[in-house]
Write a protein that binds this ligand. Structure first.
Ligand code: SF4
Length: 493
């Protein structure tokens, strides 16, 4: 597959892109509206498309999907009125596999012999192409190019009688990362892969028999609908929610937990609590560790907004250097208001960020950002800060060097385009034009998460993009470690 074309004229395809967000509710008045609100809170996890499937009386499913932001797709009262029922599942998409087209927008829906089933998936399967080839040979007709459709066909061909057994049968055949929510006539089902790479939380709306269960990618989506956080769905756990309550099963046996450590650094919303750990506080602690590891004499600490803000606060307070918003982010840059001509592309980062000159001029600046991917954005930001009169620019990064691609649901460039995969820190500093550059160490990152350091035998987190330690097999990519993670599914179209 060709890399997805940029939909934003200022987006030079540098940086990580979020994955997807999922939300589901069982037995609530206004299930569709709650789901739209939940998806709105999860907008940061995917901005390309959204969909909601609701269940009204038995067998009556209603669906609406669209390309764009949640508010644009579900802001129409007629659309919301058409999504009848007390149960719903929703999905925000950022394409990590498959093209940007309506046919790839989730939740996917299919009619089986047991009735209708809607599936919303966050993550990326690493044997989807192998499975897809086998399924196509058996006569399965794929309607989309997303890896998630593999679930639908595996459920369809399963010989088990009931839907939960069929789903487990399907999940046992897939490799990779998934947090998924499925909705059928009899239940709302939440599932996390055995290593729990992507998040999924359980909440409760109201008490007693009239209460509703909610499943969501992050706690911020529970907060927006007023649901009480109950707990994280555990790695390898399935929860089956119906009118009798909630049942939990763990059909996969025990494995090491490998939750994505990058959720703490960048992906999750700062007001979310992930796996019992508040994201905002963790980011501040990472900043403090970074300051201890790579102190530099400076006059001001400036975050690259928004994701660099908590780490910069932690850095500034640990280093005893004033924190200032020396870069201002424009939050109101729309998607399509300017055609992406070459001249506009050249403006690049300035459409999104601008220097707050009085806070920078004549000062030694510590710039704090969450990551360096290709380095193009960092270079432009350093240049912008210099043009605003900074005397020195010292870049500090609140993640270790990103040396490997992610195959588990985060859109990253192929390895050869990752700056840290090809250059040492000194060379990187020269390339981005900084006076000095430092990354938090692997051990420092683990210390910020309350561990003594990284335990190589059982790190407890996925950190493959920093270490190359891929705990889940990369079956579709074997022998081709340099390839773009999205390639295979598209190849098998
Ligand atoms: Fe997260 Fe990196 Fe692992 Fe991907 S490779 S799941 S981004 S830690």
């Amino acid at each position: 597959m060709q890399p997805l074309p940029s939909t934003q004229p200022w987006d030079d395809e540098d940086g990580f892109h979020e994955e997807c967000g999922v939300f589901g509710v069982w037995n609530a008045t206004d299930a569709a509206a709650l789901t739209a609100l939940g998806l709105h809170a999860l907008q940061h996890r995917g901005q390309e498309a959204s969909g909601i499937v609701t269940l009204a009386e038995k067998g009556a499913f209603h669906a609406h999907r669209g390309l764009g932001l949640v508010g644009d797709i579900f802001g129409d009262a007629k659309v919301m009125a058409s999504l009848k029922g007390r149960c719903a599942v929703g999905h925000n998409r950022y394409a990590t596999t498959g093209e940007t087209a309506l046919r790839n927008v989730q939740p996917l829906f299919a009619d089986f012999e047991f009735g209708g089933l809607a599936v919303a998936h966050n993550g990326n399967l690493t044997n989807a192409a192998v499975l897809k080839r086998a399924l196509v040979r058996r006569g399965c007709l794929f309607q989309s190019t997303t890896d998630s459709e593999v679930f639908v066909h595996l459920i369809a061909i399963s010989l088990y009688a009931n839907v939960v057994d069929r789903l487990i049968d399907a999940l046992k055949q897939v490799q990779g990362a998934y947090s998924l929510i499925a909705l059928h006539d009899g239940a709302l089902i939440g599932a996390r892969d055995p290593m729990g790479v992507r998040p999924l939380v359980l909440g409760r709306l109201g008490a007693g028999e009239g209460g509703a269960y909610v499943l969501a990618s992050e706690t911020c989506a529970l907060d927006i609908v007023g649901a009480e956080f109950i707990r994280d769905i555990e790695p390898g756990e399935l929860v089956i929610i119906n009118n009798d309550g909630l049942r939990s099963i763990k059909p996969f046996g025990r494995t090491q937990s490998r939750f994505c450590i990058f959720e703490y650094i960048y992906f999750a919303r700062p007001d979310s609590v992930v796996e019992g750990t508040p994201v905002y506080a963790t980011r501040k602690r990472i900043g403090s560790e970074l300051a201890r590891e790579s102190h530099v004499e400076a006059d001001v600490v400036v975050p690259v907004p928004d994701s660099g803000v908590p780490a910069a606060m932690g850095y500034a307070s640990e280093a005893g250097i004033p924190f200032e918003l020396g870069i201002i982010r424009n939050h109101y840059v729309g998607r399509t208001f300017i055609e992406p001509t070459d001249q506009i592309r050249h403006l690049g980062v300035k459409l999104k960020h601008s220097a707050n000159r009085p806070m920078i001029e004549g000062k030694r600046v510590v710039l704090v950002d969450d990551s360096i991917v290709r380095g193009t954005t960092s270079k432009k930001i350093v240049e912008m800060v210099r043009q605003a009169g900074a005397k020195e620019v010292h870049m500090r990064i609140s993640s270790p060097p990103t040396t490997h691609s992610c195959f588990y649901g985060i859109d990253t460039p192929e390895r050869e385009k990752l700056l840290a995969a090809n250059h040492d820190v000194e060379e990187m500093a020269r390339i981005i034009g900084a006076d000095s550059l430092a990354f938090i160490s692997l051990d420092g990152m683990y210390r910020a998460l309350g561990r003594p350091g990284r335990d190589a035998a059982n790190p407890g987190y996925c950190d493959a993009c920093f270490t190359g330690d891929y705990a889940i097999p990369l079956t579709d990519f074997e022998g081709q470690p340099e390839r773009v993670p999205t390639l295979l599914v598209a190849n098998s179209k």
